[in-house]
Design a protein. Structure first.
Length: 251
């Protein structure tokens, strides 16, 4: 997810960046702006962010002036110390309205609103695109990054994982994409079992990007991937022997 921050107080910007990293380590900050003027100039030429976190009172005026000067098609989460602008904010791409100081849990709720809208938009309007590109035996997967559709070669996918009931894949560069799948079981029925292994309820991993694995307590297996994962990948005792046989047969 690409995020644009518009905030005129540096300590608030730093706090927001920390919360965003805590909420989702894959979030990418595309730019940090602190005035109405700079924001207008930036958005006239750059509209690639997935979502904007925008303070209402900036040093040179109210942020609503930005929308009067440039077309903004990106959803906005407004952040302010004041609640008097709620009605006005609803007129300008408002997805949520957070009061300062921003709290992590409320930020996560706001981000989930975006993800749910993104998934709904994907499923309702672009099924035909996926059906067309998936016909035959595809070598690439159609994915979504923000509101942009892309294709990623299966050979470039390090792993799939579930977060907030959404299935993502991560490529060799560590980029995170939204997939069309509803759950990992659906993914596993269609992918190459020689290339991918269902590690647990949250992860499907590619053999090509397993850095190492080792036995841990109670017969479980810890797997380290070449590409960073949000959390440790642990394979249960029941599946550990299956995993070790699978990966050794491939190498």
């Amino acid at each position: 997810m690409k995020v644009l921050i518009i905030e005129d107080e540096i300590h608030n910007t730093q706090w927001l960046k920390k919360l965003l990293r805590d909420a989702d380590p894959y979030i990418e900050i595309t730019a940090e702006l602190d005035t109405v003027e700079d924001s207008i100039r930036y958005l006239e030429h750059e509209n690639t962010a997935d979502i904007i976190f925008m303070d209402i009172k900036l040093s040179d005026g109210l942020c609503f002036e930005i929308f009067e000067q440039v077309k903004v098609h990106i959803p906005v989460i407004f952040i302010t110390a004041y609640d008097e602008y709620v009605i006005t904010a609803l007129q300008y791409n408002c997805m949520d309205y957070l009061l300062k100081p921003v709290q992590l849990e409320k930020l996560k709720v706001a981000l989930n609103k975006y993800r749910e809208m993104e998934t709904h938009f994907l499923n309702r309007n672009f099924r035909a695109v996926f059906d067309h590109l998936k016909s035959g035996t595809p070598k690439k997967l159609v994915v979504k990054r923000g509101f942009e559709f892309q294709t990623v070669a299966y050979s470039e996918i390090a792993y799939f994982f579930v977060e907030q009931k959404i299935v993502f894949c991560v490529d060799t560069a560590g980029k995170k994409y939204t997939t069309e799948w509803a759950n990992l079981a659906d993914v596993y029925t269609l992918i190459d079992k020689n290339q991918f292994f269902r590690a647990n309820r949250k992860y499907i991993i590619s053999a090509e990007f397993v850095r190492s694995f080792k036995h841990i307590d109670f017969g479980k297996t810890y797997v380290e991937m070449q590409v960073k994962t949000p959390e440790e990948i642990i394979i249960s005792q029941e599946n550990s022997q299956v995993f070790r046989t699978w990966i050794r047969n491939l190498h």
